[in-house]
Write a protein that binds this ligand. Structure first.
Ligand code: CTP
Ligand code: MG
Length: 228
């Protein structure tokens, strides 16, 4: 059955700068977040979207449907993990505890449909997983003055992307446990690791970038036309 997707979109985009959060800045003529939502809503594996927005968000366009699928919203929190947790809790009551749900950053508009497909197929055969890619570059350990003091092994080191996919109840429990323990988690997989689950890394395209700086907009515009 198709899955719900939670989209954390409550960030401030401080690394881009300016007073408009990056998810509402124009990308190829439309707000960045609309590209992300359209890509997700048009995917046959996805049943509906739950978008976590900042409490003071005045820019959300009030969309209730996209591609014939429901688009719901809720209020996010101070950290990304808080926004994801709010989104998970706000899912419709008929989304069961054991059902898999996806989590995808609003700031990743270039995700490929084929990678979502592979993630759902491979990670649903285990306890969940995430898109990522093995490191390509040589990895350095730096000191405080940016001197390279050591070369770290690149083997078995991956970059973590989204979507990430876990069972709704397990993910809520893992995020709540991390929060209670005061462990900051930068993604869902990290919360799952802390609860003793080893999420499956599914290799995805490197062009699934997280728009992070002002310069990333030009790159994302280029990548949008080449992915899909
Ligand atoms: N996010 C969120 N709630 C937060 C922080 C982040 O929903 N409290 C979302 C962002 O909107 C984004 C995704 O999580 O879609 C990834 O976060 P990031 O790229 O760090 O976005 P920002 O936090 O907005 O950017 P910055 O860290 O530069 O301020
Ligand atoms: Mg952030």
């Amino acid at each position: 059955a198709p899955l719900w997707c939670v989209i954390p979109a409550a960030g401030r985009g401080t690394r881009v700068g300016g007073d408009c959060p990056k998810q509402y800045l124009p990308l190829a003529g439309r707000a960045l977040i609309l590209h992300t939502l359209e890509r997700l809503a048009s995917h046959p594996r996805i049943a509906g979207l739950m978008v976590a927005l900042a409490a003071d968000d005045a820019r959300w366009p009030g969309i209730a449907h996209m591609g014939g699928k429901p688009v719901l919203t809720t209020t996010g929190g101070g950290e990304r993990a808080d926004s994801v947790l709010a989104g998970l809790r706000a899912l419709p009551a008929d989304v069961g505890e054991h059902e898999f749900v996806l989590v995808h950053d609003a700031a990743r508009p270039c995700v490929r449909a084929a990678d979502i497909e592979r993630l759902v197929e491979l990670a649903s055969a285990v306890e969940g997983g995430l898109l990522g890619a093995p490191l390509r570059d040589t990895l350095k350990r730096a000191d405080e003055r940016h001197r390279s003091v050591r070369t770290e092994p690149r083997e078995q080191r991956w970059r973590a992307f989204t979507p990430q996919m876990f069972r709704r109840g397990q993910l809520v429990a893992a995020l709540e446990a991390a929060s209670r323990a005061g462990v900051p988690v930068s993604d869902e997989a990290m919360a799952m690791e802390h609860s003793g689950v080893a999420p499956l890394l599914v290799e995805g395209a490197e062009d699934n970038i997280k728009v992070t700086t002002a310069a990333d907009f030009a790159l994302a515009e280029f990548l949008l036309t080449r992915t899909g």
